[in-house]
Design a protein around this ligand. Sequence first.
Ligand code: HPA
Ligand code: ZN
Length: 334
Amino acid sequence: MDEEQRETIRALPKVELHLHLEGAAPPAFIRGIAQEKSVRLDNVFREDGAYAYRDFVHFLSVYEAATSVLKSPQDYARLTRAVLEESAASGVIYSETFLSPDFCGGGDTGAWKEYLHAMMEVAEEAERDMGITLRGIVTCIRHFGPEKAKRAALCAAETAGNWLVGFGMAGDENKGKQRDFAYSFDMAREAGLRLTSHAGEWRGPREVREAIEDLRVERIGHGVRAIEDLALVDMLVEKGIVLEVCPGSNVTLGVYPKMSAHPVEKLRERGVRITVSTDDPPFFHTTMADEYEALARTFGWDAEMFRSLARTSAEAAFCDETTRSALLKRLETA
Ligand code: HPA
Ligand code: ZN
């Protein structure tokens, strides 16, 4: 790929639907906050300054250690700005980010509202200054268990609206079952929130089926291992379930050994509604522009494919219809 092609890809307007806010924190940002607060962060960074982790479960614990330095709504406001700057630099014009009341006020609804308002304020500024629109999806954390999830769901339900648009589940897919969290997903649905859950990244296709049947989600975080059950793939197509695919994350964490072994192209060819995101970009040494570049290089995706991808993503976004129309128009005229 030459420099001109690379520039064209970088400039394409992008829509990202699967981004963990803390996981998008540049390591230098976390180091800076730790220094300001004189907090020692052991075993979080490599010698070269990048995040240090061995595997997925260790990644989750390093993620939580890095996040532990963020202790106030102001910290999260600064984080939101740093993350939006990175996204905008990759050509992202609309982004949905996962937010966890467990990290923002420990599940307390009053504290959560303060964190949320601080982030919304920055998002509003960024929309004005950088032309990037942000919306939030509250996520419960699977390995924290169903009781904490209920508190996250209550936080989500109490703040559901045009900005806080969804509810989901992240965390360790190998702990418990999707249906253990049905109460929380029901509460969120009743509050008008749209639903997504991480499934089919570490566990197989059955997990994806359970997220759809037991939690009634309309999007799946990852979901890529659905490819191991073609009847399930047909069901995804039939129901119009959207996959939030994070190819770079999957390759870096070893779900697939290399990009050419990733099923995103097969899923797309079979008619599954595919979107592309970064997950936790600095942890996985990626950006939205990098993801696009890898897909162009590996599967020959061209500008027309990426335009269609962005349209699918805008259609699958959890925002209100006014925001969606504006977004689709921006994509059309770009
Ligand atoms: N996967 C699951 N849980 C997470 C992740 C992730 O990439 N990032 C933060 N929590
Ligand atoms: Zn994720």
